[in-house]
Design a protein around this ligand. Structure first.
Ligand SMILES: [Zn+2]
Length: 99
């Protein structure tokens, strides 16, 4: 688990810190990464993800800022927010189902 992150998605394996497992928002966020990973392929995903991150750091942004500027992260956050706004996180149970 990289320091400072709650979860990481590799291929279709989602690893989440135990304290974060209950977060429907986080799970939906990571599911979006799974979708991106499948759509772009491992090389395309890592190329875009790391390329955007390294570019951010290269331009003088800190870890947190560079991370938030990654388009794939913005897309995942948007998907998670829309999911939560549509009531996906409410009610408990059944909201987020892992692939
Ligand atoms: Zn993410």
């Amino acid at each position: 688990m990289p320091p400072g992150s709650d979860a990481i998605t590799i291929w279709s394996l989602i690893s989440v810190r135990r304290e974060a497992v209950d977060s429907a928002h986080l799970l939906r966020h990571e599911q979006e990464h799974v979708r991106q990973w499948r759509e772009l392929g491992p090389f395309g995903f890592l190329h875009q993800y790391l390329g955007a991150y390294v570019s951010g750091r290269w331009h003088g942004f800190g870890h947190r800022a560079a991370y938030r500027m990654i388009p794939l992260e913005i897309e995942a956050e948007d998907a998670a927010r829309r999911f939560m706004e549509s009531g996906g996180g409410a009610g408990g149970g059944g909201g987020a189902s892992l692939p």
